[in-house]
Each structure stands twice: as C-alpha cells, then as structure tokens.
Design a protein around this ligand. Structure first.
Ligand SMILES: *Cc1c(COP(=O)(O)O)cnc(C)c1O
Length: 530
C-alpha cells in the first residue's frame, strides 16, 4: 500500500514515509492509494477479537508486510495499548434502550487522543531505531524533535505518546498559568529526559506563534528537523478506525443487539479526524448508518452540511445560537475547548473522496485521481484566499449520503450533562461527549426504529472539571471528588514538576531547544509531524 497527497498524486510514498512526513510538501494530506475492502470472512473470523487483535488485522490492510511484518505490528500494537487502564481499551456502555457510549478515554491522559498517539509514538521509535541500526559506526544518528503548542489537551496526549522513546525529543509550549491545573500537572509531572515542558509567559496564541516561527526559521528547522503536533498524520486516522469495528462486535456480543439492528455513530468533532476514521471504516464495509458530526459553536462543518459552503467565518447570524453571540472573526471559546477550531484540517481528506466521486466512473482511474487532486487544490486555494469555497450541489448531496451534522450550543451542552446525570443509569459526561449526546437526541427522531446510536465519548469528565462542575452545581447529591475524580488524579497536583519558565520571546525558546538537542544533530531527511 502506498500513499499520495490530496493536492497532487505524482509522488507515491511508503507508509513509513507517510508517517514521518506528516503534511505533504504541497500542503495536502496523505491518503491511501485505495481503500482496502474487508476479507470475505471478516465478520465470522473477527467476531471475538480483542481491540489489539482487530488493530493488527485492520492496520495490516494499510501497511505492506515488507514495511512492518505481522509480528512487528503485533508487538507495536500490544505495546501501545498496554498503557490503557481498561482491558477492553474502548468499552461500550449502554445508557438507554437506543443509546450507547463508546468510552475512548481509558488511556494515560484520560482523553481519546491517546488511542492514536500511543501508537504513533511507537511507530516513530520503530522507524528511527531501524534507520539508525542500518548506519555505519561513524554516521550520525537520525533524530526527531517534535515541537508543539498546547492549551492543555493535545500536549499531554503527545507527551505521553513520546515519553521515553529512543531518538525522539518533544518540546511542548503552554501559556504559563493559563492551562487548567489538572492538565498542567499531567504534562509537567512527566519525568522522562526526552520530554520538555516550556511555560511561556504569554497566551496560547503567543505559544502557537512561537512554534510557527520555529518552523518558518529555515536554518533552525534544517538543523533540527522539527516535527509538529497536530492531527493530520495518517497513522492517527488509521489507529482510530479500530474502535468502530470493536463497537460493532461488542454491541452484538455483550449487549445482544439483534442482527437487524443498525449502529449509528455520533462523533464530537473538531479537526474531523475521529469522524473521518469512521468514514474509512464505513467505506471498508463496516455496516453503519449515517455518521453524525457533532460540533460546538465552532460550526464550520455543520454550516457546510447546511449549505455546501466551506467557510472559515460565519457570514450569517447563526440560527440556533442560543448563546446569542454573533459571528466573530476567530475561534469561539466554548465549554468543549478541544473542539474549538476555525477550520477542520482533516476535512480535506473527505473533500478528496467527494471530488473523486464527482468525476464519474466513466473516466479512467488515473485521470479521475488527477482531476480530484486538482479540484481539491483549487478548493483549498479558495479557502486560503477568499476564506470560503462553495462546492457543487452534487458534491453536497454526496456528502449528505454518509453524514449528518448538528451544532450544539454551550447551554445545550451543560443541559445535556445535567440530564444524563439525572437519568437512570446516571452518567457523568464530559462536555465533548455531551455535545455528542445532545446531537444524538436531535438526530434520533429521523432514524429507523432499528437504529441504535453509539456516541463516542472523547474525554473523562475529570479532565474538564470546570464545565462538569458548572453543569452539576445545583445537584445536591453531586460530589466532584467522589463521583468524578479518578484515583490517578489524586495527589497529581502535589507531585514534582519538570517545567522551564520561558519569556515570550522566540530566541529564548530556541535557546532552550538548542541546550537539549543542539550540537549538530542529524535529522530525519523527510521531517515528521505528530
Ligand atoms: C481532539 C478532541 C476532539 C475532536 O476530535 P477531532 O478528531 O479533532 O475531530 C473531541 N473531544 C476531545 C476531548 C478531544 O480531545
């Protein structure tokens, strides 16, 4: 299996090159040269498989055995999910007759990004160690320096994915004093020598600007070959397809779902990575209803499915905006901050498949692929230049065949947390999961009676204590420490920290990186990104 960029298919990359490169040099995202279909006996053979068994089967459809052998893949997968606290990795829980949650937060940082980043960290290490083992005695080792900015969530998942990995260092910038205490403690109590937390005296935007400046500094980048922390890496999407399959089997095995029942996955969505993994699962042949995209007030996707316009900033007053906020030229801060985005980077991958379909089956495949890349390139150029693109009606209709989208306000989010807390069984949802649960409720009246909804639960409620506490403040029986706080978080705030204070100044940030990984280090030729 090889991969090419959504904006031009001239170059075909191996899986290794795809994972180490991250973003294509032409600005596009890598996709597989074809979507593999499932083996004929998949449903029979995979029925009792564990998460890890399924992961090996599915990943091997996308990775040539000449690149990673079956045994090596098994080792990588087992190692990646050994850090999870739940034996099923992503357990499925029933909340009502027709509603389940798929809990994806049982990894080291209590949020769903662990599912992908634990594997990605091990893939990086596997590739680098293999490259270095082929080097002669005098040759420089290839190393990778991952640099990223975080407002809390992604940073800790990346740190836990890369901690202790050979030949990889990670530098995470966070705004000093502006990250939630739990998230700050999660990041800064990691003691591994290759992990570096930089507390920048500034805002999150300052951190992000500093990271951008580092990447733009060609001399610095050439010396260190930096990798970025973001969700466009193909390996992250691939890792996430697995739990859709697990839920399919688990619903039938543990919950005796009738044969004729159809699952509908509801996915709290920001950068479109998680729900895109569901789309790949669907295209591979996993039976499911339309995927539900659940957004918060940052609703570029919900607006696209309404109008076919992919538009950075809302140009019309948004209906259903119960928070009464008018369109503002920027990201809106919500109660579900991990989904506060202006554009959804992985959406470009779906656009490619829509553009490909639009070509019609009559054209030969090479011409179709070329035309789809050119179309996507044009659309993304329009978004960059004009801030928007309008796709043809046929493309919007194709998008509506596989997806529905709902926008959920903060008020609805908090109300949903309250309502699930008060129902039987009582369930405490984090605000992102609540966005999904609320969207599920809006969509379900339109579903066939045999449809059962599975809402992806993307974070543990303790991680977003502010929203949960605010929602449940009026509940006399609610006790955060007792009902929500996991054992692992107790005492976390008192544990020893490893963090370096840095002024809001790019030269100071550079100096810290130089200090740890300087001295003319070798670099990965292709660069990399998390
Ligand atoms: C990242 C994140 C999301 C959004 O996932 P995407 O793949 O970006 O759509 C949702 N919830 C939580 C808790 C997250 O950390």
């Amino acid at each position: 299996m090889r991969y090419f960029s959504t904006r031009g298919a001239e170059q075909l990359l191996s899986f290794e090159e795809t994972v180490l490169t991250g973003l294509a040099p032409n600005g596009g995202l890598y996709i597989p040269e074809r979507i593999p279909s499932l083996p004929a006996d998949w449903e029979e053979r995979w029925r009792d498989y564990s998460f890890q068994d399924l992961s090996v089967e599915i990943l091997s459809l996308y990775i040539s055995p000449s690149e990673i052998s079956h045994d090596e893949l098994r080792t990588l997968v087992d190692k990646s999910y050994s850090t999870f606290r739940h034996p099923e990795i992503s357990p499925l829980k029933q909340l009502s007759d027709k509603t389940y949650v798929l809990e994806l937060f049982h990894g080291p940082t209590f949020a769903f990004k662990d599912v992908a980043l634990q594997l990605l960290g091990n893939l990086f290490e596997f590739f680098l160690v293999r490259r270095n083992s082929r080097k002669g005695p005098g040759e420089k080792r290839e190393k990778l320096t991952v640099v990223g900015a975080t407002s809390g969530d992604t940073g800790s998942a990346a740190i836990y994915g890369l901690r202790g990995k050979a030949d990889v260092s990670i530098f995470i910038l966070h705004p000093k004093g502006r990250v939630s205490p739990i998230q700050e403690a999660q990041m800064t109590t990691v003691a591994d020598a290759n992990v570096h937390n930089l507390a920048v005296r500034g805002t999150f935007d300052d951190c992000q600007d500093a990271v951008k400046a580092l990447f733009a500094d060609t001399a610095f980048n050439a010396r260190h070959r930096l990798g970025a922390v973001n969700s466009i890496n193909w390996a992250r999407i691939l890792a996430q397809t697995v739990y859709y399959f697990l839920a399919h089997f688990h619903a039938r095995r543990a919950h005796q779902l009738p044969q004729g029942a159809q699952l509908q996955f509801v996915v709290p969505t920001g950068n479109f990575g998680d729900v895109l993994a569901g789309y790949y699962a669907k295209r591979m042949g996993l039976p499911m209803g339309k995927l539900v995209i659940a957004t918060n007030a940052n609703d570029i996707l919900a607006r696209f499915w309404r109008s076919g316009a992919y538009e950075k900033v809302d140009s019309a007053p948004s209906p259903g905006a119960s928070d009464g906020k008018q369109a503002v030229a920027g990201v809106r801060e919500t109660q579900s901050p991990a989904m506060d985005i202006l554009v959804s980077s992985n959406f470009e991958r779906l656009l490619w498949y829509l553009a490909y379909e639009e070509q019609g089956a009559s054209a030969d495949d090479v011409a179709r692929v070329r035309a789809a890349c050119a179309t996507v390139d044009g659309w993304m150029r329009a978004v960059k230049v004009d801030g928007r693109v309008q796709v043809p009606t046929a493309v919007l209709e194709a998008a509506r065949r596989d997806f529905v989208a709902e926008r959920i306000s903060d008020e609805q989010t908090l109300e949903t947390i309250r309502s699930y807390y008060g129902s039987s069984p009582s369930y405490i949802a984090d605000p992102h999961t609540a966005v999904g649960l609320c969207a599920a409720g809006l969509v379900s009246p339109h579903n066939a009676p045999s449809t059962v909804q599975v809402v992806l639960s993307t974070a543990h409620p303790a991680k977003f204590s502010e929203a949960v506490t605010r929602a449940l403040a009026g509940e006399p029986s609610f006790d955060f420490a007792q009902d929500v706080l996991p054992e692992e978080f107790r005492g976390l705030l008192e544990r020893e920290r490893r963090v370096e204070d840095v002024p809001n100044d790019i030269e100071a940030v550079k100096a810290v990186i130089e200090r740890y990984v300087g001295d003319g280090r070798a670099a990965v030729e292709k660069g990399a990104s998390v």
